[in-house]
Design a protein around this ligand. Structure first.
Ligand SMILES: [Zn+2]
Length: 512
């Protein structure tokens, strides 16, 4: 049995319920929308809300709990979205759903029933609401491993339009997507020992065991890594003396049962730095705390593959590569000034050991750019918590950057649109000529410089420029999109956001 299923039983304790008075539930959660959105309310509840608003005007601003005889458990939790302006997006639905269900549990409910209304204004509001509820109930892996969580017994979802196939599909999709995101949060959010490279491999093998549409290949031999992934090996040099910290490259492949229906091959390379001390250029002044989250890119790749293995999109083949290593400090640390030779044959001059993410992914990216040539309609992604600059520019949103081929199809803009449907914000950045040029070697004979220490701006775009160059993607007519999730992945103490799993699943129609 897969690791996440032991604790979540997502199949048998998440139900669709048509009767708001069913005695199997002990509270009903209602998301309250502003009147001008014209969202339909369940019978009886409309008049109850009117009365409640007379008692407490604040019900449009804060979550409140009421005694209400019309609903299960005699308890109604009203969770308002607050005002919805043209600047708001569907995340107001997610937040209200989360607050509502958490408030119901605080009130003592164990089996809340959540009303999931359709909202013309937000076409995927029902999916987002269900996902929001499931996300709110997530218990971190290291907590689950100590004590089985008892925060809820079951959850019901009620749609006003009776029980129809569409709503059933929405709930089914949400459960599958949540199971995928649990993997992303588990890997991304666990501490650097629980999810050291060796432990991630164990977790992945567990999570995908028994999936007949998935194959997992692990490269863990030090010599093979040194030969095939020399830049990753350099980053990991100070960590190789500790077996569980040694670098690993994990390839997870999804193939549908009928390969003749495949129309696109997705290749995702994820940064999985299980801990980033900065290396010899060590992080100072408390900047190291939180660096266990530097594996969120690889975690998202694993989550996306899980979504594919459950939802079985017939039109996709997917190859995911997790570049797992640890940027430790020690007598064998790689240091600035070293001249490394990448698997493509290009030399890279090290300038700052804290810019390790681009090196960790470089050789895998090059290998995949070669592999892509043999695949049908390929699109390569890198997903990485790569630069503090992406966070400084865009806050908690994903920075998406296309190479010339992907840009010709407006790919990042399409991803942005998909993200907006499922409550994941994506900002589009443009990789320009100078973002490539700045990565050219400065010393005589050097091909590339790891990072131009004189760069004053555009750090997240020039990191994309480095990846394009080192991955051999500059001249090739091959679609490539780099996603910098440094700001979007979620900072401790919050749980990882599991971005961009939903946006990618929406864009590539992993669920319908
Ligand atoms: Zn770093």
């Amino acid at each position: 049995m897969a690791v996440e299923e032991v604790f979540y039983k997502l199949y048998n304790n998440i139900l669709i319920e048509t009767n708001l008075q069913n005695t199997n539930y002990d509270a009903v959660v209602l998301i309250a929308y502003p009147e001008d959105l014209n969202v339909q309310l369940p019978r009886h509840i409309g008049s109850f809300l009117e009365k409640a608003a007379k008692v407490d005007k604040h019900i449009t601003k804060a979550v409140t709990v009421w005694n209400c005889d019309y609903v299960s458990g005699g308890r109604l939790v009203i969770s308002p979205t607050g005002k919805v302006t043209p600047y708001h997006d569907v995340s107001v639905v997610k937040q209200a759903a989360q607050k509502g269900v958490l408030r119901a549990l605080e009130a003592g409910a164990k089996s809340p029933l959540v009303v999931v209304q359709s909202v013309v204004h937000f076409p995927d509001a029902q999916l987002v609401a269900v996902l929001g509820v499931l996300e709110a109930l997530y218990t971190p892996l290291q907590m689950r491993e100590r004590v089985a969580p008892k925060n809820f017994t079951k959850i019901g979802f009620h749609a006003e339009e009776t029980l129809d196939e569409k709503f059933e599909r929405i709930v089914r999709n949400a459960i599958a997507l949540e199971r995928a995101r649990i993997i992303t949060r588990d890997i991304g959010g666990s501490d650097p020992e629980r999810m050291a490279p060796g432990k991630i491999v164990e977790y992945i093998n567990n999570s995908f065991s028994g999936e007949n549409n998935i194959t997992v290949k692990v490269v863990d031999d030090e010599n093979v890594i040194a030969e095939q992934y020399p830049l990753l090996a350099a980053v990991n040099r100070a960590a190789t003396r500790v077996d569980r910290h040694k670098a690993r490259v994990v390839e997870i492949e999804y193939k549908p049962s009928d390969l003749s229906r495949v129309i696109e091959t997705l290749i995702l390379v994820g940064k999985g730095v299980t801990y980033d001390t900065g290396g010899a250029d060590i992080k100072i002044q408390g900047k190291m705390a939180g660096m266990a989250r530097d594996k969120c890119g690889a975690a998202a790749v694993a989550g996306f593959l899980k979504a594919c293995s459950i939802l079985k999109p017939p039109h996709l083949k997917v190859i995911g590569v997790l570049c797992l290593c640890r940027n430790s400090v020690g007598s064998d640390s790689y240091v600035a000034d070293e001249l490394l030779v990448s698997s493509s044959g290009k030399t890279v001059r090290v300038t700052n050991t804290d810019a390790e993410g681009r090196l960790a992914m470089a050789d895998a990216l090059f290998k995949m750019s070669e592999t892509a040539g043999k695949e049908l309609n390929p699109h390569i992604y890198t997903i990485a918590t790569l630069t503090g600059h992406a966070r400084a520019c865009y806050g908690n949103y994903v920075a998406a950057m296309d190479n010339h081929s992907a840009r010709a199809t407006n790919h990042s803009n399409k991803l942005q649109l998909s993200g907006s449907r499922v409550s994941e914000g994506v900002e589009v950045s443009v990789v320009r000529h100078e973002d490539l040029a700045i990565n050219e070697g400065k010393c005589k004979g050097d091909d590339l410089v790891q990072y131009d220490t004189g760069a004053k701006a555009r750090n997240h775009q020039l990191a994309a420029g480095f990846l394009i160059k080192v991955g051999g993607l500059e001249e090739k007519n091959l679609k490539y999109t780099h996603l910098d999730i440094a700001g979007a992945a979620g900072e401790a103490p919050s749980e990882p956001s599991a971005v961009p799993v939903l946006s990618l699943c929406h864009l590539h129609k992993v669920f319908m």
